[in-house]
Design a protein around this ligand. Structure first.
Ligand code: 8GP
Length: 826
């Protein structure tokens, strides 16, 4: 034992060798406190302890990562590259502790040092490098790829600022910059020596080489460097670790020296800042691309750096290019990284001098594409002019892909000349646009949707022409969620109760939850189940009291609507019903018997006026109801600010009723719906996305579906939907809308919410809120009645959990691996 302290004060400096894992972890923490963080080991504060613990885990992760990489290399396995402009990993500490099997050891080590694990874990600030569903799905999938030991890599952008921090001020959403890097990055390795050049702008030079070949090269391009930042994603207790490589923009090296020549020091620094802006901020738009030059730059930045990485690894093998698809698959998470297709073509044709036919053969066998949205405004297009300026050679390549593609289509459909305009990669009208989804479909061997329902819609309507052209490319992969984070980690007591009854195998084989079904009739299990759920509700009630100053009854029905704010997700429908309940309480006390707590959370895109207005309406309604003495405990409305992964982990285990009420045909899948049901919440939802499959698995009697089906939505629209009819026919609905329009919830600004009502009554109610209102009210009544019978509710809750096995991301990723990627675990 070494002691650097004099006297008899007990030393807390590193001691070696330690034997027990908890002791060895403690020594590592202390070593990092001193040598990595430069703090006194006698009195580290909680944040320092958190960082030191994170660094100690990173040590363990990097060792396993190196071993995993060697495995992949020595087996020469086919590799999966998962490209995504967004990842939403959430806090890492608990997830890594669970995966490494070190939770108890960490608890013991910290206790020894006078800290609680929960408090230390609360010090973590999550990286918000995604907007919502798409980014969170990418992170669930990396977790499963690691657990299934797939030779996979995640590639994304190291945004300096993630999704904004949302404050609610006087009922309004206010955005604050999310400086997630402020506290340093204890989970990652910055590879500052390891950079790739990314080239934008410039002009294409055409020339003929000595062999008489027509060549293309880019001149006068602007170069920005991409630096790798690596974060590690461990599999569940399997010693396997994957890498999520995020690129950060750095100014180019030549450039740094250039100011010596010109003497323009400040100008040089300004250019440096401009270059590094590329990875500065995540665009905060969910399902509505902003179409800004910087965004297209970000996309190409990710793609160019990643393809260089892939090509570098492939070259090391020294095998022929036509083997590329046999050794690699590149998965495009939405169209955002679709410019990878012309980029790979450019490398193969312009640099490697393959013929166009050879290169195209390789490309189409290498890429696969997942679509996540059918909203027309979310299908990404770029002005052709912008493309030409930023990526001139890529635009030429896209034109050539299009020319050849349209030639084939013309031959395949000689009697349908209009199809050419519909499927062209370039929309030609007054202005010309590059259609990224068309590029992704034409350049990929697989195109999938994310729920059975959504995949059908892709084939039948959104991409129907492409389905006729390439029927074999279309397939479905219903989304899934990782049970490690979304049950084991967020709901440890329920997880423990489950494990106690059926063993721990469900953690990596979620179908095992079926084994809970026999316990559904056991009184003891019932009681324990409901006790755990009630305890979770108590904890959330405390959080609400702390954050919002509102006292809610843990025994009330916790009715939760958390997700991004978007009109199609219909938070507005929910609040209309809340107001209807409020009116019932006021007009006939005693008519509402089940006390309810409504919990809302979610961010609106900063430029999305109506979504922000709906947030404001909810907060105004909440204020009116919560301060009305006639309501008492019967109804409470809470808006929790800054919904994020960390907050989701608190809310989901405490939810009774999960709101999944999008207009049918508009939610591609949903994954929140799965998280709630897995934790024993009952769904109230529409026949949309994965709700339909959840119903098929848990049974129609164990959830509350309502509303128009997607074909009914279409029919009603095509027959001329008139929302006013619903308003006129339904007096309860009329009263609600009149109150909003008349300023009942905004007495000092009576016209404040008039636009909301206008959008429903006079602007067509695009999301069919009024058409679904009555059936929603009825289903809500059914839910309230069911909640009165607590034993029956408990049964439904247990059956939901036990039948959610299908919705594991392990199942989903396994399907991707077998059906699309052609890879297996190492
Ligand atoms: C979302 C879908 O809306 C959701 O239904 C689905 O569960 C999730 O993707 C994962 O598949 N789509 C998006 O988040 C999306 O398209 N976002 C892009 C525009 C950023």
């Amino acid at each position: 034992m070494t002691s650097q302290n004099s006297g008899n004060r007990k030393s807390r400096l590193p001691e070696a060798p330690a034997t027990r894992p908890a002791e060895s972890l403690k020594q590592d923490i202390l070593r990092h406190v001193l040598y990595s963080l430069g703090r006194d080991t006698e009195r580290p504060d909680r944040q320092t302890v958190f960082r030191a613990l994170a660094l100690s885990l990173r040590d363990r992760l990097v060792e396993k990562w190196i071993a995993s990489q060697r495995d992949i290399y020595s087996r020469s396995s086919k590799r999966v590259y998962y490209l995504s402009l967004e990842f939403l990993p959430g806090p890492f500490l608990r997830e890594n502790l669970i995966a490494l099997g070190l939770e108890n050891e960490a608890r013991e080590a910290l206790t020894d040092m006078g800290f609680g694990l929960d408090d230390v874990a609360d010090e973590e600030y999550e990286p918000g490098l995604g907007n919502g569903g798409l980014g969170r799905l990418a992170s669930c999938y990396l977790d499963s790829m690691a657990t299934l030991r797939l030779p996979a890599y995640g590639y994304g952008i190291h945004y300096a600022y993630g999704i904004f921090y949302q404050l609610i001020k006087e009922g309004r959403q206010v955005e604050r910059a999310d400086n997630w890097l402020r506290g340093g990055t204890h989970w990652e390795f910055e590879r500052s020596h390891y950079v790739h050049p990314v080239r934008f702008y410039g002009q294409v030079r055409e020339w003929v080489d000595e062999q008489g070949r027509l060549r293309h090269s880019l001149e006068n391009a602007t170069t920005v460097m991409a630096m790798a930042c690596d974060m590690f994603i461990p599999g569940h207790k399997n010693d396997y670790v994957l890498n999520m490589r995020l690129w950060a923009a750095k100014t180019s090296r030549e450039f740094e020296f250039s100011f010596f020549n010109t003497g323009d020091y400040i100008g040089a620094v300004e250019e440096k800042i401009r270059d590094e802006n590329i990875s500065m901020v995540l665009y905060p738009n969910d399902e509505a691309p902003e179409g800004k030059e910087l965004r297209l730059k970000q996309q190409f930045f990710l793609v160019s750096a990643t393809i260089q990485d892939i090509v570098r690894r492939f070259r090391k093998k020294g095998i022929a290019w036509d083997q590329l698809p046999r050794k690699n698959v590149i998965h495009l998470n939405e169209t955002h990284p679709a410019v990878a297709i012309p980029e790979l073509m450019r490398i193969l044709v312009d640099e490697e001098l393959l013929t166009w036919e050879e290169a195209w053969y390789i490309c189409v066998r290498t890429f696969a594409y997942t679509n996540h949205t059918v909203l027309p405004e979310a299908l990404e297009v770029w002005p052709e002019d912008l493309f030409r300026r930023l990526l001139p050679r890529h635009l030429q390549i896209i034109h050539e892909i299009n020319r050849r593609f349209l030639h084939d289509v013309r031959r395949q459909f000689p009697n349908d000349p209009n199809i050419l305009g519909r499927v062209s990669l370039v929309h030609e009208g007054e202005s010309r646009w590059v259609r990224m989804s068309h590029l992704a479909i034409v350049g990929s061997f697989s195109v999938n949707g994310v729920s059975a329902h959504h995949s059908e819609i892709l084939k039948e309507s959104v991409f129907h022409d492409f389905y006729k052209i390439f029927p074999e490319r279309f397939n479905n992969k219903t989304n899934g969620i990782t049970p490690r984070r979304w049950l084991r980690q967020c709901n440890p007591t329920l997880a423990w109760l489950i494990t106690e009854h059926i063993g721990p195998e469900w953690l990596t084989d979620l179908a095992q939850l079926k084994k809970l079904e026999p316990y559904v009739n056991s009184e003891g299990f019932h009681r324990a189940w409901m006790e755990v759920r009630l305890r979770n509700k108590h904890k959330l009630a405390e959080y609400i009291r702390d954050k919002n100053g509102i006292t809610v009854m843990p025994e009330s029905l916790f009715d939760v609507h958390v997700k991004r704010f978007h009109e199609y997700k219909r938070q507005l429908l929910n609040v209309l019903h809340v107001i209807a309940l409020y009116n019932r309480i006021r007009s006939s006390p005693g008519s509402v018997t089940v006390p309810r707590t409504y919990i809302f959370g979610g961010k609106a895109a900063p430029g999305y006026y109506m979504a922000k207005h709906i947030i404001r309406l909810i907060n105004s309604v909440a204020y009116t109801i919560n301060t009305d003495p006639r309501v008492g405990d019967l109804l409470k409305v809470v808006f929790l600010q800054n919904y994020c992964v960390t907050l989701a982990e608190r809310i989901i285990p405490a939810t009774d009723l999960s709101e999944q009420i999008s207009t049918a045909g508009m939610e591609a899948s949903g994954t929140g719906n799965m998280k709630f049901a897995l934790n024993g919440a009952i769904t109230i939802g529409t026949h949309d996305g994965a709700n339909i499959e959840i119903m098929e698995h848990v049974g129609n009697e164990n959830l509350f579906l309502f509303g128009l089906l997607s074909h009914e939505v279409n029919e009603m629209r095509s027959q001329g939907y008139n929302p006013r009819l619903f308003y006129e026919r339904d007096s309860e609905l009329r009263e609600v809308l009149d109150m909003i329009a008349g300023g009942f919830f905004s007495p000092s600004e009576p016209h404040l919410f008039r636009d909301v009502v206008e959008s429903l009554l006079n602007h067509g109610d695009r999301y069919m809120v009024l058409a679904d209102f009555r059936s929603y009210v009825y289903r809500q009544q059914d839910a309230a009645n069911a909640f009165m019978d607590q034993a029956a509710w408990a049964r439904m809750s247990m059956l939901n959990t036990s039948r959610m096995g299908f919705f594991s991301s392990d199942r989903a990723v396994d399907e991707y691996a077998k059906d699309i990627w052609g890879v297996s675990g190492v």
